[in-house]
Design a protein around this ligand. Structure first.
Ligand code: SAH
Length: 471
């Protein structure tokens, strides 16, 4: 971020602008929304600028900017649309140490004016550091449509009520009150009866919120999906947006954590400082403690919370403490892995069942019904199976599985760095050892990538192909 966005208080400050044509007028229209003292230098000002000066909206000097004009100014705009004059303005600004904007010249500007969506006092500023003005305009258009034109009015009336709303306890009760105003009863009152109904609606709402009991804490066990933020459910997004505390796994990526409410406390349960991961016992205690403090806790787990997620232990802890909980399912990584290789997890005539297996459990490498799995046509998604690959290969071959049974390793499924490696049961351990598979991976046993499965020639028995960008 080269340009840091801030909102500058211009009340009573002086803003200088050199120029009297189109570019000057465009900037002045924006600047006239502020409470700044505007001073324009233009030997040949447009009729509009002359009219604005006559209305007292700005001070107009029919001459060029001079060194004595600059001291004390907050900002200077070089808007002459003339290289020589703009350079002169820039030199004066730099010499006086006043922040400078040269219109349409990012390179020579010290600050830039963003595209804005104005619902004063609510203001959205959009900047792309000059990279994509088209994008900025599109975002502005989108927001203009989405933000109620009367949002500013609501915010102004709301602002005057802030002191009264402090009668509610800080934190969630107060936040609930304001959500009710902006998105619930307040909005309804405005739509039905207009602006004059808002103060009475605020009084009514405050009485009701003061009378309601302080909200109890609760826990949502939420699936974050395999990593692509677009694969989050709408419910997961909404809960993240309103969470007080988010306790997440190591595998949940930063882009998803950024969707959490800005004030939410984020706890990485996969880490403890720089030390080892928290124990399950510690995680349970943490969840319960935050909920008992009245917080809305989101326990965010990669994939689906009910697939190798120790869901029951956390539910038991909530139940034991009498805490209300809900489960929000997520897309399990096996589904994303299968999608990544263009295969269904089941297919008519091939496999009518699919198993989700873990490579290791509390006792070490996990035992399964190897005999059943070794039968031709079986399909399984193996989680946490990288380390135990040699073990499970040995077990399967011992129970009669064909060495050429396809196995596809899908690392970082659904993420930008997804990697697909097609191999066979016989070659699996060697493939994993020689391949660079450091991220989380699903082994799809019995499935080859679609391109390979449908290729004319049958796959050779021992082949290892890296399809880095399998499409
Ligand atoms: N609840 C999760 C699984 C948790 S166990 C789910 O439903 O997906 C952790 C294991 O999940 C990892 O060892 C890996 O095998 C798998 N996994 C999680 N995210 C993955 C991803 N994006 N790509 C491939 N495997 C992933």
């Amino acid at each position: 971020m080269q340009h840091f966005p801030i909102f500058l208080d211009l009340k009573g400050r002086t803003v200088l602008l050199s120029g009297g044509g189109e570019a000057a007028m465009a900037k002045l229209r924006l600047l006239m929304k502020t409470e700044a003292h505007l001073v324009v230098f233009a030997p040949e000002p447009s009729d509009e600028i002359v009219a604005w000066a006559a209305q007292g909206l700005l001070a107009l000097h029919p001459r060029a900017l001079a060194p004595a004009d600059l001291p004390g100014a907050a900002l200077v705009y070089a808007a002459d649309e003339d290289a020589a004059r703009d350079t002169r303005t820039a030199e004066l600004a730099r010499a006086a140490g006043v922040l400078l904007n040269v219109v349409d010249d990012l390179q020579n500007s010290q600050f830039i004016t963003p595209a804005i969506v104005d619902r004063d006092p609510v203001c959205v500023a959009i900047g792309t550091e000059g990279a994509a003005p088209v994008l900025a305009r599109a975002i502005k258009r989108d927001l203009e449509e989405r933000l109620n034109p009367r949002l500013g009015l609501m915010a102004r009336i709301g602002k005057a009520f802030r002191a009264a709303a402090e009668a509610l306890p800080e934190g969630r009760p107060r936040r609930d009150f304001w959500s009710d105003y902006y998105f619930g009863e307040g909005l309804v009152a405005l739509d039905a009866e207009g602006e004059t109904a808002l103060p009475a609606a605020l009084d009514r709402m405050l009485d009701r919120h003061l009378a309601s009991e302080t909200s109890a804490g609760r826990v949502a066990l939420v699936g974050a999906g395999p990593g692509d933020p677009e694969l989050l459910t709408l419910k997961a997004r909404r809960l993240l947006d309103t969470a007080d505390v988010v306790i997440h796994d190591r595998l949940v990526p930063q882009e998803i954590l950024e969707l959490a409410r800005r004030e939410a406390i984020l706890v990485d349960a996969g880490k403890q400082g720089f030390g080892p991961a928290m124990t399950q016992e510690e995680i349970n205690t943490l969840i319960v403690r935050h909920a008992q403090d009245g917080h809305h806790v989101v326990r965010l787990k990669s994939g689906d919370p009910g697939v190798f997620g120790r869901l029951d232990e956390e539910l038991d802890a909530c139940d034991a403490a009498g805490i209300e909980w809900q489960i929000v399912p997520g897309l399990t990584s096996a589904a994303a892995a299968a999608a990544g290789i263009g295969q269904g997890l089941t297919r008519r005539g091939r496999n009518s069942a699919v198993r989700l297996l873990t490579g290791h459990d509390v006792k070490g490498f996990a035992e399964h019904d190897w005999r059943a799995l070794a039968r031709p046509g079986e399909v399984a998604a193996l989680y946490m199976a990288k380390r135990g690959a040699r073990f499970l290969q040995g077990r399967l071959l011992m129970h009669g599985a064909a060495p050429e049974t396809p196995v596809t390793i899908v690392e970082n499924a659904s993420r930008p760095d997804e990697q697909v490696i097609a191999t066979t049961l016989a070659a699996l351990p060697a493939t994993l050892e020689s391949g660079d598979v450091a991220g989380p991976a699903i082994l799809l046993y019995g499935l080859a990538p679609r391109a390979r499965a449908t290729a004319a020639a049958p796959a050779p028995a021992r082949s290892e192909t890296t399809l880095k960008e399998f499409a």
